[in-house]
Write a protein that binds this ligand. Structure first.
Ligand code: PLP
Length: 391
């Protein structure tokens, strides 16, 4: 019999009732060290006092008004994002998927309005993830996500991950945009190198195609810069943001240059909830905290510490692990065993990690994780790896 909750997830038999920083408390009162952070969502940890204060203050004042009116909290968050990024303008959504939808629409409308309606193709790399809407699964194109849901939205071109020669050949006068994650998340913490990101920018510039970065997972301080593309010194024309931006409150955004967004006038797009006062009050507080250079320096320091410890872990378990991947606090353990086995043994050690493709276990802790919790995490991973090896 189908359960009341549609069974689209293979859930672990764990339920949590309380969170604090990097820790979650289960129904039985036991505590789990959380290295998933709701899949890079709880960027400032659980029940962050600053965010709780911001949320409750706003909740007592005004939750929601329609986008038929000006929304000062939304204007404030948009101004913060424009101040700290390449972007000139921002549209707020409730999720990363919705951000992907708008990014695709915006790129096509840009060319339509410039008298090149044939420029509709969006080029993506294999292993990417942009969400679960019909457009987002067509964009990523993986068999696992699209099977049974056809006919798919046409106009997407899928290339082998990181294949620059294939990209140069595929991008042309029919290309609206290239859409890539600077660091693939679901794809297994696979970063494109700075050289590759610059090459992608160059290929786009040559043909005029727009460049869309999906920073839903790798953005908002996760890699140690506010946005991951900053490491490479290139900027996109359009960027998708979600996950960490709300710190746990559903919020996403599409950031764009004035030129890329030129087609999106009144009536061209909309959202009932997107950018409402409650979400944007929280998002603005997250932005203020994460965009602070001192905060980002701490993410880099913690990331380097964690990485160094993980290199030791990999060396200690050569039958279980192959390598450490990633940057900042977006880390992955490339495994020689099934990643799901390590995640399961992690549960036994009261540690939460997240499996990804390409045989990787993702470690995406709160960006505020204390050094002591990093040390504790590595000890628990060490015991979990010993259990996997013994099984
Ligand atoms: C999670 C994710 C999405 C989809 O975001 P949702 O909020 O689940 O809709 C899109 N792109 C990337 C890179 C993601 O990691």
């Amino acid at each position: 019999m189908i359960p009341p909750v549609l069974p689209t997830y293979n859930r672990a038999p764990l339920a949590f009732v309380k969170g604090e920083g990097s820790w979650l408390t289960a129904e039985d009162g036991s505590r789990y060290l959380d290295l998933g952070a709701g899949i890079a969502v709880n960027a400032l940890g659980h029940a962050n006092p600053d965010l709780v204060a911001t949320l409750t203050e706003q909740a007592g004042r005004l939750w929601h008004v329609s986008n038929l009116y000006r929304i000062p909290e939304q204007e404030r968050l948009a101004a913060l994002m424009v101040e700290h990024t390449f972007a000139d303008t921002v549209f707020f959504t409730n999720s990363g998927t919705e951000a992907a939808e708008l990014a695709i629409k915006m790129a096509r409308k840009h060319w339509y309005d410039r008298g090149q309606p044939e420029r509709i193709e969006i080029v993506t790399f294999e292993g990417s993830f942009h969400g679960r809407s019909t457009g987002a699964i067509a964009a990523a194109g993986s068999e696992k996500m699209v099977k049974g849901f056809g006919p798919l939205m046409p106009g997407f071109v899928h290339l082998p991950w990181g294949d620059m020669a294939a990209l140069a050949a595929a991008v042309g006068p029919q290309t609206a945009a290239v859409m890539v994650e600077p660091v693939q998340g679901e794809g297994g913490i696979r970063p494109l190198s700075d050289v590759e990101l610059r090459e992608i920018r160059r290929i786009c510039d040559e043909s005029g195609a727009l460049l869309i970065f999906d920073e839903v997972q790798c953005g908002m301080g996760r890699t140690g810069r506010l946005f991951a593309h900053e490491w490479a010194g290139v900027t996109p024309d359009i960027m998708m943001v979600a996950k960490g931006i709300g710190g746990g409150f559903p919020l996403g955004a599409v950031l764009a240059t004035e030129a890329a967004a030129s087609g999106m006038g009144a009536g061209s797009h909309g959202s009932t909830y997107g950018g409402n006062p409650l979400a944007c009050a929280v998002g603005a507080r997250v932005m203020e905290i994460v965009a602070d250079p001192d905060f980002l320096a701490e993410v880099n320091r913690k990331g380097a510490l964690f990485r160094q410890r993980l290199e030791g872990l990999v060396a200690a378990h050569p039958d279980v692990f192959e390598a450490v991947r990633g940057q900042g606090l977006m880390l992955g353990l490339k495994c020689k065993i099934a990643p799901a086995d390590l995640v399961r043994e992690g549960y036994a050690e009261h540690l939460l990690a997240v499996p990804a493709a390409d045989n990787v276990v993702r470690l995406l802790p709160a960006l505020t994780i204390p050094d002591a919790d990093i040390a504790e995490a590595v000890e628990r991973l060490d015991r979990a790896a010993t259990r996997v090896a013994a099984a």
